[in-house]
Design a protein around this ligand. Structure first.
Ligand code: GLU
Length: 284
């Protein structure tokens, strides 16, 4: 695998059926890859073992094939790669950058110091200064635990961080942007129910798959702060980032599985063709 060849990826989570927003992201990515003479890999982000389902995984493959999209390499599934995420977490832990947090959602919300860029409560650091003895006792008692990044310690190692942004087209001139990881506070890198988190696994896998360009929706732009920080701490290369527009419904809201946006499968059943999807999304 040559590091110089452009490689893109599409990385859906199989926790529901794909809708037009996903179709836009997929078609945008394959189109960007075509412009760069690159391949697009398919990575199923199924770390959330409770919400991800095999039937949604199968539906993703069906929907993408229906749209006429192909991926030249075998599909990666994150649920088969937990050992790699554990190894990355162990590396951070070896530099004392992780700490166990036993707080419930209720406690986190009650002590929050404002919100992070996603609007979630910003962790106040309640568990950051627990003694090693107390941590050991609580772990031994089997208390549910998640592991957080000590943001202050991490930033003391990095200095200012930047990333390369390109867009709206992947062929536009790249620009350098400053990342602002501090606005996320002590993010969770290993969740209670899975030995990783979106941020940790995405960074590990983008590097493992030698991804050169990450194309994703604008709603994920702020998360790049954390990804760039983790890349620095883990000694991984940083891809070029491109953030595409989001597809919205008539009320202006972002399409979402949780809001019952129509699935591609239901549009297909009601007679939509891949050409109609492309035309609707302005990607014909
Ligand atoms: N798995 C994420 C999602 O379905 C996308 C991750 C990414 O593109 O980095 O929203």
């Amino acid at each position: 695998m040559s590091a110089n060849l452009p490689r893109l990826r599409f990385a859906p989570s199989p926790n529901g059926l794909l809708h037009l927003g996903h179709a836009y992201s997929a078609l945008f990515t394959w189109q960007a890859a075509e412009r760069l003479g690159a391949s697009t890999l398919l990575r199923i982000e199924d770390i959330d073992i409770e919400r991800c389902k095999p039937e949604y995984d199968a539906a993703i493959l069906r929907d993408l094939a229906w749209l006429g999209l192909e991926w030249p390499e075998p599909v990666w599934r994150q649920s088969l790669r937990f050992e790699h995420y554990r190894a990355a977490a162990a590396e951070l832990n070896a530099h004392q950058l992780l700490y166990p947090c036993f707080c419930s959602r209720r406690i986190i919300a009650a002590h929050a110091r404002g919100t992070d860029p996603d609007g979630a409560p910003l962790y106040s650091g309640t568990c950051r200064h627990l003694s090693p003895r107390e941590c050991a006792d609580r772990l031994e008692r089997g208390e549910p635990v998640q592991y957080r990044l000590d943001m202050e310690r991490a930033l003391a190692l990095t200095g200012p961080l930047t990333f390369t942004l390109v867009g709206p087209s992947v062929l536009d001139r790249p620009q350098i942007r400053y990342a602002q990881p501090q606005r996320w506070g002590d993010v969770v890198l290993q969740r209670k129910e899975t030995p990783t988190s979106y941020h940790l696994s995405v960074v590990v896998d983008d590097a493992a798959q030698a991804i050169t360009h990450v194309t994703r929706g604008r709603d994920m732009e702020a998360a790049t702060d954390i990804h760039v920080l983790l890349q620095f701490l883990l000694g991984l290369p940083s891809p070029i980032y491109n953030f595409h527009n989001l597809i919205r419904d008539q009320s202006g809201a972002k399409l979402a599985k949780s809001k019952g946006s129509p699935s591609l499968a239901s549009l297909r059943e009601s007679g939509w063709t891949p050409e109609k999807v492309r035309a609707q999304l302005g990607l014909a």
